[in-house]
Design a protein around this ligand. Structure first.
Ligand SMILES: Nc1ncnc2c1ncn2[C@@H]1O[C@H](COP(=O)(O)OP(=O)(O)OP(=O)(O)O)[C@@H](O)[C@H]1O
Ligand code: SF4
Ligand SMILES: [Mg+2]
Length: 335
């Protein structure tokens, strides 16, 4: 099934554990997420809450082991990515969903030139790799590099990643991710490892590219100003679950979950170990996370029930869902 009412991407009750020495980290704890074609979704939450893990699960690039997916579904146009065979998965990766990874240095292989890596991506996403000539894939690569405002593409294609600046490497990663014309682009903290001016340029570039191609985007970021500017829907994540989602305007004007309220009070960035202002404490240890609502040890409104039961994500207003017992009644649980 694939129509306007089918989400482009839907994550249902996704859990991910990591095996570690002497036990397991229960990181993702029933993530629910849904996006439709043309949406620009921001995924926010402090460091370690599971944003990258969620999106790596979507692309099935989590290392398994140590990762394990005890339950959940990831539906791309209604088909479960977790059950796809390699050939189908290959078409989803690239043409369906493409990701700009958090660390551009790690995303590029140091022993191959930019040209070899781009050609590889372009050819493996052609309907049939024999159907695209070297000249044609080179032409696509040159255009992709021009699109991200990189000068002298032929020279760049002959360069190794180490010969490029951090900003150039990030642009090359964007060019590679866009060269397949994906339906969904996942941008994981683009530019955060770079200085603020370059980061700003990268985000502007990304916004222009996405605008011109009318692409669906999932933007992961710590910077709420960026979310406000670039997205129309926000998912707020805390310790492995989505705790609130609404239109971006609503999240800022009417945050309901105590964690979201803390985030909004944290201006302008969520840094290092926790929320700088707003709410004290930090993300729990995933080896032995708190029972019930994982936020309860930090919550200013904690009740007895919060320590025993996990609050479900409930739609409390049109398109506004929250997982918190402060708002429970006979509402619809978001499946
Ligand atoms: N391969 C792994 N082995 C063990 N633990 C892992 C592994 N990958 C991720 N984790 C753990 O999963 C948790 C969530 O990590 P993740 O990278 O998804 O967070 P994040 O929200 O993307 O954080 P950040 O904002 O810092 O990028 C962290 O505690 C991390 O240590
Ligand atoms: S469920 Fe309870 S502990 Fe969790 S956010 Fe709501 S009030 Fe706080
Ligand atoms: Mg991350």
């Amino acid at each position: 099934m694939n129509d306007a009412t089918t989400p482009l991407l839907e994550i249902r009750d996704l859990s991910v554990n990591f095996a570690v020495y002497g036990g397991e980290l229960r990181v993702l704890d029933g993530v629910n997420f849904r996006m439709f074609a043309g949406e620009r979704v921001g995924l926010v939450g402090e460091t370690g809450c599971g944003k990258t893990t969620t999106m790596k699960a979507v692309l099935r690039v989590l290392p398994m082991p140590p990762a394990r997916i005890p339950r959940g579904e990831i539906l791309f146009k209604g088909r479960d990515i977790l059950k796809m065979k390699d050939a189908e998965l290959q078409t989803v990766r690239g043409k369906g969903i493409s990701m700009i990874f958090q660390d551009p240095t790690a995303a590029l292989n140091p022993v191959f030139t930019v040209g070899e890596q781009m050609e590889d991506v372009i050819r493996s996403n052609a309907r049939d790799s024999r159907s695209i000539s070297r000249e044609k894939s080179l032409e696509v690569a040159v255009k992709a590099l021009k699109d991200v405002a990189l000068a002298d593409p032929p020279r760049l294609l002959r360069s190794y990643p180490i010969q490029l600046s951090g900003g150039m490497r990030q642009r090359v990663c964007i060019a590679m991710a866009l060269s397949t014309n994906p339906e969904i682009l996942i941008a994981d903290e683009p530019g955060t490892s770079l200085d603020v001016t370059i980061q700003d340029q990268i985000l502007r570039l990304l916004r222009d590219l996405v605008d011109s191609r009318n692409m669906s985007v999932i933007l992961i970021t710590h910077t709420l100003g960026v979310v406000r500017e670039l997205t129309n829907r926000v998912y707020v994540m805390y310790a492995g679950s989505i705790v609130e989602t609404a239109e971006t305007k609503k999240i800022f004007s009417q945050p309901l979950h105590p964690y979201t309220q803390g985030l909004i009070a944290t201006v302008p960035r969520l840094t290092g170990g926790g929320i700088a202002s707003g709410i004290a404490g930090r993300i729990p240890n995933y080896r032995n996370p708190p029972p019930g609502c994982r936020f309860h040890p930090r919550c200013p409104h904690v009740m007895e029930v919060c320590k025993r039961e996990k609050p479900p994500l409930i739609e409390i207003d049109q398109d506004h869902s929250v997982a918190c017992f402060l708002y429970t009644s006979n509402q619809k649980v978001q499946s």
